[in-house]
Design a protein around this ligand. Structure first.
Ligand code: CU
Length: 755
């Protein structure tokens, strides 16, 4: 990092380029006399009477044909969804004041939808099926019509199930009504790609399989913990019943920029300043952007112009957009690299001609170190109170720290307007981006005479069962959030989970409260870090129902969503009729099983489960004909889902043992039973049960204890003096080589199939 900073500063092109930026910003005109780039491109809060119903301006029409397609991002043929035959979908370009007329033709056999992310439009054009807009049925066309009252960089994507992961996303560029400086510009749409069916991805997350963590190097096994000196932290974490912390859920095969992992922009001229419109259209990947030739000068965030600020590293959350200026090198092609936050891959754009100038490598994550840092913040498991976190509210001081490299040559800061007024920003060189740097061009304060409605929401989640929620309620279990037109609405959001979440509010821009006071930036999507509390506030100037959700596609589908509803406003026809269907999505049933076929017998462990209920079946059979089955129907009772009540049936026959003919022994049993599961520290599942004859049993079980990166240990023991120990070596997502010793069935070796 330090080396890179120094070499960057030595590049002569940098300072002159930077100076040119400054002249534009400071003087508000460039050589050709174009207007300043710092104009306000958004209706001011409280003053934005939205002219819905005024469709008088120039009409700009697009036809979007949605089709199934085959792609080969990794060399393997896979199903995907394209618009007009392409992934990403075409760039839709407009000028502020135009009326967009977009016909979505669904040529697939399933329904689809398109949401216009960040666009202010009438409720029924927002494109959320079963909430604001009709789904576009198979074979049908839906025509969206809305006036464009804003400018900037936005995007569009399917809001139906997991279609976005399959390729249904594209860019929107709205040019301002007044002209801007004539800079060459490029749209960079970032996304993630998995060769798996996205529904299988979600099912795999629900079953908490280990393969993604193994592929990402994020498993954090005991072996690795001991080798790296983090055993105590690992034990502490498991004692608190927390699974290994991770920064991302899914293992991706590819990260894409405009549908490719490498792009060459050879028409970018040496020394030229260019504008990049960067959009994170991925389903669940945060990206870190670094550019090889100059700093990136942020000029807009989420489509809205901000006070320009230079950074050397820009993290872009899912569904955010940033416009940045960069300088093309005098010689060579400089890389702009978008690295996934889990550092498992990246995609690149090269600007200029000639030898490639690579962007810096981002080192692999040290998960144990992150776990230790997180552990020191987290005093009592996932559900800690906020009292100890007061000093962190909306302010991660760590993020405020700027690179302080005294050995680096000092830059001439003359004429370098560091966008002023930033507290604590007396820095030597531009550093890493953080939200406190975002400063609106104009005050964004809301009309203080209006009523304030404060809505408190905790971001909650159950990593073990992959249920994501607000206030421990998934969308399907929650009420709407009522607000009223004419109010100032403040959301106080407290992230109690160990993951980051990019939250998005439809139909509104909100003030993102940061260190900029009355100049807080206006956004439509923001990231919230673990244990952080963030305030947003907005002018409730709309009507009807709008979606508010985590933009990690799998979190949204697992329940982290709410409907924000204007009281006293008539719902549109789709909200009235189809609302239930939308709410059902997060409570789907997911099946999975593990089947071990060993030399002495076979073991099946299976479940079918939704958010609160599960049907579990376990069967064991020896090749000599002894067998046992246990069937449990269970319901989770507490918020954390440590405790579940069940009823079940137990059927077993062990004919080789002497007691075989005596009913209801541990070896010959046909009984109904009932009991509780309770998850103990160290992720040990305890099972307390009583059967119809009054027989009691306590069983302890720990599964999938990671010994090394692919190597797992299971044990089970109960008061019937039965026990089983097993080891398995995972060779593929669905396959392990396994061995076990069972007190009844003895030792065996074979394979385990994971579904
Ligand atoms: Cu999330």
């Amino acid at each position: 990092m330090r080396q890179w900073t120094i070499s960057l500063l030595l590049l002569p092109v940098f300072s002159s380029a930077q100076m040119r930026h400054e002249k534009q910003d400071a003087g508000n005109t460039n050589k050709t006399g174009s207007p300043k780039i710092t104009m306000y491109n958004f209706p001011l809060p409280g003053k934005n009477a939205k002219p819905w119903g005024t469709y008088t301006a120039k009409k700009v029409e697009y036809d979007l044909y949605v089709t199934d397609t085959m792609v080969k991002f990794t060399g393997k043929h896979r199903h995907a969804i394209a618009i007009n035959g392409q992934i990403p979908a075409p760039i839709l370009e407009f000028t502020e004041g135009d009326t967009a007329i977009i016909r979505v033709h669904n040529l697939m056999k399933m329904e689809t939808s398109i949401h216009w992310h960040g666009i202010l439009l009438p409720n029924k054009e927002d494109g959320v099926p079963y909430l604001t807009t009709s789904p576009v049925e198979a074979g049908k066309t839906y025509t969206f019509t809305f006036p464009l009252i804003q400018s900037g960089t936005y995007w569009y994507h399917s809001h139906t199930m997991l279609q976005e992961q399959s390729g249904l996303y594209g860019s929107i560029v709205i040019h301002p009504a007044q002209s801007e400086p004539d800079l060459k510009e490029y749209v960079l749409l970032l996304s993630d790609w998995t060769d798996e069916n996205p529904h299988q991805v979600l099912r795999y997350l629900k079953r908490a399989g280990e393969w993604y963590a193994i592929k990402k190097g994020a498993l954090q096994s005991y072996g690795e913990a001991i080798a790296a000196g983090y055993l105590k932290d690992k034990l502490k974490q498991e004692w608190q019943r927390m699974p290994a912390m991770d920064v991302s859920d899914v293992y991706y095969n590819k990260f894409l920029m405009n549908g490719q992992d490498k792009n060459e922009f050879k028409d970018a001229k040496p020394g030229e300043i260019i504008r990049l419109r960067i959009i994170n259209g991925s389903a669940s990947t945060y990206f870190t952007l670094q550019y090889a030739n100059s700093y990136m000068r942020i000029i807009a965030a989420d489509g809205i112009n901000v006070t320009p600020v230079s950074v050397n590293k820009l993290e872009i959350a899912i569904a955010e957009t940033y416009d940045v200026l960069i300088t093309v090198p005098e010689n060579g092609a400089a890389e702009l690299r978008a690295t996934s936050w889990d550092v498992t891959g990246y995609s690149s754009g090269y600007f200029g001609k000639g030898n490639a100038i690579p962007a810096p490598e981002i080192p692999k994550l040290n998960y144990f170190k992150m776990m230790r840092e997180m552990g020191s913040m987290n005093m009592g498991g996932m559900d800690m109170g906020s009292t100890d976190m007061k000093n962190m509210k909306g302010m991660d001081m760590k993020d405020m720290k700027m690179p302080n490299d005294t050995t680096a040559p000092k830059m001439n800061m003359d004429g370098m307007n560091m966008s002023g007024n930033m507290p604590g920003m007396d820095m030597d060189t531009p550093g890493e981006f953080n939200y406190h740097m975002l400063r609106s061009l104009h005050p964004t304060t809301l009309d203080s005479s209006r009523k304030i409605r404060e809505v408190h929401l905790k971001l909650t989640g159950n990593m073990l069962r992959y249920v994501w929620s607000f206030d421990n309620k998934t969308l399907s279990a929650a009420d709407k959030i009522p607000i009223r037109k004419g109010e100032n609405v403040r959301f106080v959001l407290e992230n109690t989970t160990m993951m980051r979440h990019p939250l998005h509010l439809h139909g509104h821009f909100f003030r993102f409260i940061n260190a900029q006071g009355e100049y807080a930036p206006m956004k439509h999507t923001f990231d919230i870090k673990p244990m952080e509390t963030v305030n947003i506030e907005f002018d409730a100037n709309e009507q009807q129902d709008w979606f508010f959700h985590c933009h990690i596609l799998y979190h949204m589908m697992a329940g982290m969503a709410r409907i924000v509803s204007y009281e006293g406003s008539e719902q549109n026809e789709f909200a009235r009729t189809g609302y239930k269907k939308l709410k059902k999505e997060d409570n789907a049933l997911y099946p999975w099983f593990d089947l071990s076929v060993h030399s002495q017998g076979a073991w099946l462990s299976s479940a079918i489960s939704n958010n609160k209920n599960a049907l579990e079946f376990e069967g064991r059979i020896s090749w000599t004909g002894n067998y046992e089955t246990e069937t449990h129907l269970l319901r989770y009772l507490d918020k954390k889902q440590y405790l579940a009540f069940y009823i079940g049936y137990d059927y077993r026959k062990n004919k080789t043992l002497p007691l075989a003919n005596k009913p209801n022994t541990k070896d010959n049993r046909r009984v109904f039973d009932a009991g509780f599961y309770y998850l103990l520290p160290m992720l040990v599942r305890s099972e307390w049960r009583i059967d119809q004859t009054g027989r009691l049993r306590l069983q302890l079980e720990r599964r999938d204890l990671p010994l090394s990166n692919n190597f797992f240990f299971d044990f089970r023991a109960n008061t019937d003096k039965e026990y089983n120990v097993a080891f398995r070596y995972m060779v593929a997502k669905s396959l392990s080589i396994s061995t076990n010793y069972d007190s009844d069935y003895k030792w065996g070796l074979g394979l385990t199939w994971h579904y």
